[in-house]
Design a protein around this ligand. Sequence first.
Ligand code: CA
Length: 434
Amino acid sequence: MTLDHTHDPAARSCVPGADGHPDFPIQNLPLGVFSPGEGAGRPGVAIGDHIVDLAATQEAGLLTGEASRAVAAAQGGDLAGLLALGGGPRRALRTQLFALLSAESPERDRVPPLLHEAASCTLHLPARIGDYTDFFVGIHHATNTGRQFRPDQPLLPNYKHVPVGYHGRASSIRPSGVPVRRPHGQAKPPHLDAPVFGPSRRLDYELELGVWIGPGNALGTPVPVGEAADRIAGFCLLNDWSARDIQGWEYQPLGPFLAKSFATTISPWIVTPEALAPFRIPQAARPSGDPDPLPYLLDPVDQAGGALDLDLEILLSTRASREAGLPPHRVARSNARHMYWTVAQMVAHHTSGGCNLRPGDLLGTGTLSGPEPDSCGSLLETTQGGKVPVRLDNGEERRFLEDGDEVTLVAYGRREGFASIGFGACRALVLPAS
Ligand code: CA
């Protein structure tokens, strides 16, 4: 995770509007799959309010060597082949695009034909996700939710020894912008003697980071924690929509099932480890009395720089607030530093039993709540299980999500001496149950 000239905050781009862009200045260059209007997806890179067509860039002869090989591997609207190549080709692509798109680029006159206005493009999932695993490493979320059921012992005995996770559902992951339909399901409200089936009444969001797997591992061949960072191709935002009433009834003893499998929304851009290098921080020291991680989860380099300092926000707009022309209400602010386990530890643990991860697999971190009341990553926490409604700027109240609500997650890396970058929105509208 070294810093180089591509992190220079003084760097300027030849693409209009890119300099100082809140998400996509030239220091970011995230990878995605887009189509201009309708049609098949193709690989692209976000810069400012534009998308660079990578295939067109390659066809124009503007990429060489490993960078060209990376784009060739990403044809067909699926970046998994590119992600599989690992850091070398990914960094070569970043370096060459940085040079091409810089204000001093000798080829800058050849850039405009490669650009599409992002607003007129459709963004797709950046890869065909083979498997999706959701972790539970946000310790404040684990504590807040655990306290609702076990006030004296919020965290279960395994929490500080094992990066807890479960296998999620890849087929229902959608990119930002695709609406989410309120699910039906079975629930047993406390005041009823028998369960009922119907639309969820306690629909919630979860603020998470998504982790894209690059080079995979063979079945039966664990990834050592010291090598795990090299298997991570990038990051996105992830909303793990959750139906709390269904979850509360179904989850024991095997964990989440239909309460979460109906939809997961991700931001469509893969923000690379290279772009995030300035925002790496040491993993927070464990409080005294906490157990040390077992050796297979402990690596000094990972502990020294394996955490991420990213500001996270949850924004909520309602049908009424939009009709009144009001901006979304910020429900919470948090930070990606609130992870009890690093992403490398997640990868090392996931593979430690022999499970093979494959390029384009997606991991969720778990809900990244902070320690403050206004930093909760789910309504379950913000409203204490629906007991205390949250009051929105326009006077409305919410205990859980209502039809017509729109949830947006955003993330920013900010550090003195570096250009700020963002992830782009992870947004979806809640539709009524069918
Ligand atoms: Ca989750």
